[in-house]
Each structure stands twice: as structure tokens, then as C-alpha cells.
Design a protein. Sequence first.
Length: 603
Amino acid sequence: MSRRLLGVAAVILTTAATQAPPAPIRIDQAGFETTGPKTAVLPSTQAGPLAWTLTDARGKVVASGETIPLGADAASGESVHRIDFGSVRAAGSGYRLHVGTAASHPFAITARPFAPLAKAAMAFFYQQRSGVPILPAFVERKALARPAGHAPDIATCFAGRDQKGVKWPGCSYKLDATGGWYDAGDQGKYVVNGGVSTWTLLDLHERLAAFGDANAFADGRLALPEHANGVDDLLDEARVEVAFLLAMQIPDGTKLAVAPDAGIAGKAITRFETIDAGGLVHTKIADENWTGLPTAPADDRQTRFLYPPSTAATLNMVGVAAQCARIWRSIDAVFARRCLTAARRGWAAALRHPGLLTNSDFTGSGGYGDPDVRDEFTFAAAQLYATTREPAFLDRLRRDGVFTDPGADIGWGSLRLAGALTLATSPLPAEDRATLRSRITGIADTFVEEGRHSGYGIPFAGTNYPWGSNSTILNRAIVLGVAWQIDPKPAYRAAVVASMDYILGRNPLDRSYVTGFGVRPMQHPHHRFWAASADPRYPAPPAGVVSGGPNSAAATAPGPMQGCAPQTCWVDDYRAFTVNEVAINWNAPLVWTAAFLDATQGR
Ligand code: 9MR
């Protein structure tokens, strides 16, 4: 058989890999920690408790108890019972839970079930790199290697008409934005989403010592071209995106025509104004038109453009560059200084242009429009203060009120709480610190409380499952993890475990949303290169990639998910980009959560 044919055969084998049929008792399919909480969920309309047993690999009953009936649950659309078998602590595999004739999938109890997940989830970022070849030595299957895409990625400003017919004038310069990570299933590179994703990974790095495992990603732990350069591998990976964010900044003294009315609800763009754009950051570099699926990065023939700078993009860069400045200070002082200079230039530019909103009317790439940039200002000021300790930033943060009101959920357009988490564990005047810390544990308490009202026991009791809901849940796990760092209450860590259990199978679809983990993992993501389901000449996805997850908007759209209960608005179909895409801001909190759990096991 020729090498090519062999490759195709391997692809067919992996994509056609059959899945276990759904089991009636839902568990974390990747297994449980010996010392951690252990919870399963059984859908049943029985009003009273039911007897459960746990058998080992030989079928011997090793534990038993009664289910806890919880009644109707709107998020899953089911009536559910909870099974708590946390008292079982013996390591082993082939365990099964039983209620009457219903049984769970077999599962393992091990000391460190989250260690391989943290590593695999980090590998996603290497494989999303732009501008460099993805080498066979650093991927799990040869088919996942590919030539460099967008090498180089040099572009000028978009000129032409947007979807609303507005004619954009373009600009007289080009920026070299080669490198960074592709955002998701598409090959756009967006500063806004790069911001939260990089903050998340760097935030994990800054906390790992406190979690008890400073060396979790030490040099050589990840499969990377930089694996023997003496620098932590997580930092090597994150630096790829930091460098991209810096490259998107406009040189000093640059004049540019911008649309002051862009992104304002109800306002049409009728005029352009020439400003001093030096220090501002372009929102994205992306294709003029959407490419089809599959399209390997190296085969993208679309014209790439820089899209207009925005205050939000600028402040995303500022925050991460400030974080870079304090992290690399002791590792690469030259890079750290470059980061701090870029952050200060960006901050000054954002103050000059505080209301330059993102125009989401270009085709060929995602919008990431954000009408409210107050939280981005808070985030950037928080990172700058944590790095420089300059009183001007502290004054601003006090006036902003972040110490008493640190915000709600973290997301690509909501960075207030991300800034607050950084501040809570940075040097601060005692009073600000005490206030902020108690507010953060207060938020964590509300998440724990939500878990008590959630049928599947997750720290998210709502029924509005947004696009990328898995990341909403994982971002709550980050808040709970930081709350645990502040005050190590078992309930905080248990809620992080619950979030992960849900992602890995304890959900009404009985699916692991992470490729390669569990007996019923997601297999067919919306991705232009991991597109075996669309075309067998392309590879199936690597392990460790999380799906965006249920999106309750699908319930009201005609199609296979119409009428779905929120947690079931999902299909494992590569065409279903509103539920089954993958993205850097979704895998980053997966890494954070898995690494937190692994570092704190037994505590
Ligand atoms: O994650 C984004 C989600 O919050 C938005 O609702 C959605 C629609 O605008 O876009 C998502 O981001 C996508 C981006 O625009 C383009 N790359 C893929 C991202 C994930 O689907």
C-alpha cells in the first residue's frame, strides 16, 4: 500500500471509530480522582430514592447507597437523581455504577486523572499556530502535521465595501502579523479573543506555584519545537500569541481614517475622521471572504486584511503585554521591556480614543463586536498596576470600583473579573485586598449555590446556554479555583470538579465534549483542517480539544435541534458551527481547569 493510501486508511479508521452507545447513568467518562468528590447523575421520574451499587472490574459490589431524587431540572429537560459515591477511594479500573438494570459506562479511579488532559489541551495551541509548519515530531499522528499557513501574514487595511455598503478607505501601511494562533475552526487571528485566551494561560502560569506544582509545564513537558530552550513550555506557547498581539500595534506617528460611529447600536457609518492612530491595535487580521471547509491553512488563497483598530483590541493587547512584562522580567528582560513599552503606548492611545468600537460588518471573519469597553479598561489598568505598582493605576481602579464590584462572568467581551482575579492575588493595599478577596469568594459562593440548584450539579443554574457555553462553565471553574487559592474551602474545589465532570460526560447527552477523552467523545468539530468528516484526505482532530458546547439558541432555529432543552442543544456535526466549533478561548480555560485540578489533587 502506498504511503498516501495508508494515510487515508488510517483516517477512515479514526473517523469511523465507533462510540459506545449512551448509558443511562451519567459520569465523568475520563474517570475520578482517588481523593476527590465522585458524583453521577441518573435521569428518573421516580419520586423516592433508588438503591445503587458500585461494582469493580470483577463485578463484585464494593459500595452501595441510595440516590438523592432532585426532581425536574429545566436545563437538562429531565427529572434527575444524584448518586454520591465519594466515600470510595480505592484506585482501579472497570468500575460501574448500577441502579436496577441501568448501568454506567465502565470507569477508572486514579490518583491523577486530569494530568493527561491538561497536557493534551495545551497541545491544541501548538497545532493552531500560524506562520510555522506543524511538525510530525510534535503531533500525536503524522496526519496532523501540515505546512505553514499564512507565512508570511503581511497585510494592509481593508479597503472596499463592508456588508452594509460602507466604503472603507484603507491605509498606506502594512503590518507584518505573521505568527500567533488561528482563532478557531477559521483562520482569522483576532486580538480581542487572543487577549482573554493568553491571559488565561499566563494566569495559570502565575498561579501554578500556589497550587503546588510550579513545574507542571516545565521545559520539556510539552511536545514543542522550543522544548529544550530552558524556558517553561507554557510560556513558550503563550509567547507565540503575545508576539502576535504586539505585532498588531500601529507604529507611532501613523495617521489613519477611522469611523467614529462604528459599532454604536442604531448608528450608521456616515463619516471618517483622520486621527493619530499610533499605539492603537488592529482588531484582527483575516480573510476577505469566508473559506470553505476543508481548507488547510497553507491552501488559503483569500486576500488577508487588517481590520480597523478598536479601543477593545488595544486594551486587550495592553493587559496581556503588561502581564508579559512582569512574567518575562526574570526570563527575558529585553522581551519584558518590549511588552511594557507596547502596553504603555497602547494605554495612552486608548485614553486618547476611548470609544473606538469594533465594526462587525465585514465578511470573511467573526465580528467580536463589543459595545461596552469599560471592562477592558479595568482589565488593562489591573494588569498595568499589578506589573508597575504605579499609584495612578491604583487611583483609577479605586474610582472604577473594581475592589467592591469585581464583575460577573469572564468571556472574550467581559474582562472585568479577569482583571479582578489578577489583582486579588497581587500586592495591594491591605484594605483593597481584603474587600476584593471577600467579593471574589462571594461570587464563588453564589456559583456553589447554583450548583445546588442544577440537576447535573454544575456551578451554572441558568437555562440560557450561550455560544461556547462550555467555556462559560470552565471560566466559572477558574473563578472557583482562584477563590480556593484565597480560601481553600473543599466546596470551591468540588465545584471545579463538577464543572469538569459535566464537560467530560456527566451531562444529559452522555458525551465527553473533549476529543480523545472518555468513551463517547466529540469527534467531528467544525475545523478547516481537522476536517476528516468533511473530506477523508484531512485528519481527524487530535485529543484534548473541547467543543463550544450546547447553545440554547438552536432550540428556536429550524433544524435537528429545534425544541431542545438547553443542555441538549448540541450535535457532533462539523457543519454545526454554532455548537461544535473549537476555539482558543475555550481550550484555554480547559487547560487552566485541568491543570488546577491536577496540581491540587488530594487537597
Ligand atoms: O465566541 C463567539 C461567540 O461568543 C459569538 O456569539 C459568535 C458569533 O458572533 O462568535 C464566536 O466567535 C467566533 C468568531 O467570531 C470567529 N471564529 C470562531 C469563533 C467561535 O465560534
